[in-house]
Design a protein around this ligand. Structure first.
Ligand SMILES: [Zn+2]
Length: 394
């Protein structure tokens, strides 16, 4: 029976083992401190006999270590070393995740956990609903209080049918054994977990939630950082906020309201500009070339959705549209409801001449030019090509 050293003592990172099986690059030992990963936490790295362990995995009850290029044989005694900096970061991150989710659940009792990811680069939980920043702030304060109180992290086992299991956070559908490992962190959190944890919460140092992003149908990913990483990230974010506060010219406590007001104003202006652009497009008088209406103009307002809709509408009515817009960079759309005008070819010629890029199909093409001063040249070039195409029709 292989001994999983990390289950007895998560702080052992150097140990001697005996090789029990060899399968190509993969080696198993009679005992190992290498954690094979689980519960979203990535597996350990390190060395065996000074050779890099590039992967660790559990196959049934056996933990296999990938050691490319090894020459080990069954029965060899080998000296092993787990990459402790990485492992300790993962242990801290994993324990912090217990605290964070436990605290979020106190704020939002119906919240469910969808996925956990604990790696050196990224630490996050995906939860099944959006959580407000006010709730996140209170949860974060609660976690940092627990860290400051240096609570003991205590592991015990309970029968899966024990009535006391009712009060414990657990995903019983993922637990096969009759005995469940329960991790209790002072009075802050209690959850079923067979992962590896730190002994005391003070080891985590600090925690900050620094990002919340949509995870599509899964919900929202709440990213966090721990230790000195959390402290430096907090200082970076605070500095960014202070710069914005200076731009807004408000007190810190009024900054969110100021940003909200600016966004409201901006949204209202966007709607006004959109209406003005739609109106300008509606007012366009077509140039009739060989019986075909060609709608074209240069606009100072660039709204891709409005311009694309207009181009589609004009195309569907059997006409041609040449819409150039923008003040910093130029956006160009060409659409055609007649086979004589190949939008892709017409656009390509204009883009080549103006140093822009773009592409599309025969009936619809779009591109961009980095130099807005070329608006007239681009527009006139495309209009000339369109006229030439239509005049040559049979
Ligand atoms: Zn755990």
């Amino acid at each position: 029976m292989m001994i999983r050293i990390y289950e007895r003592d998560a702080y052992v990172f150097e140990f001697e083992g005996t090789v029990t099986s060899v399968d190509d690059d993969w080696v198993s030992l009679n005992a190992t401190a290498f954690y094979p990963g689980g519960g979203g936490q990535v597996s350990d790295r390190g060395t065996i006999c000074g050779l890099d362990v590039t992967d660790v995995k559990a196959v049934d009850d056996v933990i296999m270590h990938c050691v490319p290029g090894h020459g080990m044989k069954v029965g060899d005694d080998v000296w092993c070393s787990v990459d402790w900096d990485k492992r300790y970061d993962l242990m801290m991150g994993h324990t912090a995740e217990h605290l964070l989710f436990g605290a979020l659940k106190k704020e939002v009792p119906d919240i469910g956990i969808v996925k956990i990811s604990i790696s050196p680069e990224n630490k996050y939980v995906i939860v099944d609903r959006d959580v407000g920043w006010a709730e996140i702030k209170r949860a974060q304060e609660s976690v940092n209080r627990a860290i400051n109180d240096n609570l003991c992290v205590v592991k015990s086992t309970m029968g899966r049918d024990d009535p006391d299991m009712d009060g414990i956070r657990a995903r019983m559908e993922r637990i096969d054994d009759d005995l469940v490992t329960v991790v209790e962190i002072g009075d802050a959190d209690v959850a079923a977990c067979s992962g590896i944890h730190v002994r005391e919460t003070g080891e985590i140092g600090a925690l900050i939630v620094d990002r919340k992003v949509s995870a599509g149908k899964d919900g929202y990913a709440i990213h966090f950082r721990i230790g000195i990483d959390a402290v430096s990230r907090s200082m970076d974010l605070a500095n960014t906020c202070l710069q914005m506060i200076e731009i807004f010219g408000t007190k810190p406590e009024d900054a969110v309201k100021a940003a909200y007001n600016i966004k409201q104003d901006n949204d209202a202006k966007t709607v006004q500009l959109r209406c003005a652009l739609s109106h300008a497009i509606d007012e366009l008088v077509p140039e009739v070339v060989n019986g075909i209406d060609v709608y074209g103009s240069i606009f100072s307002i660039n709204d891709r959705a409005v311009l694309t809709d207009a181009a589609e509408r004009i195309k569907n009515s059997g006409s041609v549209a040449v819409l150039v817009s923008g003040t910093d960079v130029l956006s160009v759309i060409v659409s055609s409801g007649v086979r004589e005008v190949d939008c892709s070819a017409v656009l390509k010629d204009a883009m080549t001449a103006a140093g822009g890029r773009g592409g599309g199909k025969k009936d619809f093409a779009q591109g961009g030019v980095p130099d807005a001063s070329k608006a007239d040249a681009v527009f006139n070039g495309i209009m000339s090509s369109v006229r030439a195409s239509l005049k040559h029709q049979n």
